[in-house]
Design a protein around this ligand. Structure first.
Ligand code: AMP
Length: 141
């Protein structure tokens, strides 16, 4: 398996070298807005420890991560008054992975609204900031 690249974009977000719209953080996990959302409120949930994807992640890393994925999914449904939530996770280029630090996509879904393309269009920073605020508020309820 290709080794973990310490300069991948999510590692750089974790080190504070690149800005992000954070919605949740604890000792093990960070959640922030996807800059190219496939639906309003599209959020990424990542572990702080390095792993390339689910194939090399420690079981205890995944166990902690999935609890936050659930927390964010529940809050996202509330924050965006979504009809449903899609949770997706890609492993290796053949599966569509483009950033090589383990992450789960949490994507609010709305009846009749198809997903936009994966890694498609960059969202306006003000929209991302507003959506991050809505999600933080829902997480605090
Ligand atoms: P994947 O294809 O599963 O590896 O997904 C990577 C995701 O990261 C895509 O949905 C991108 O839109 C998103 N992305 C790329 N760069 C950034 C960034 N700097 N901040 C937030 N999301 C990003």
């Amino acid at each position: 398996m290709t080794p973990y690249d310490t300069n991948n974009i999510f590692a750089r977000i974790l080190r504070g070298e690149i800005p992000s719209h954070k919605v949740y953080e604890d000792d093990d996990t960070l959640a922030f807005m996807d800059v190219m959302p496939q639906s309003p409120g599209h959020t990424l949930v990542i572990p702080k420890v390095p792993s390339r994807n689910i194939l090399d992640a420690a079981p205890e890393t995944l166990a902690k991560l999935v609890l936050v994925v659930q927390k964010v999914a529940v809050a996202a449904k509330d924050a965006f008054e979504a009809d449903g939530v899609t949770v997706i996770q890609f492993n290796e280029p053949a599966a569509g992975q483009t950033v090589y630090h383990l992450h789960f996509h949490v994507i609010p879904r709305f009846d009749g609204l198809p997903l936009k393309p994966h890694s498609g269009t960059m969202e306006d920073q003000a929209v991302l900031a507003a959506n991050a605020g809505k999600l933080r508020d829902a997480l605090a309820r």
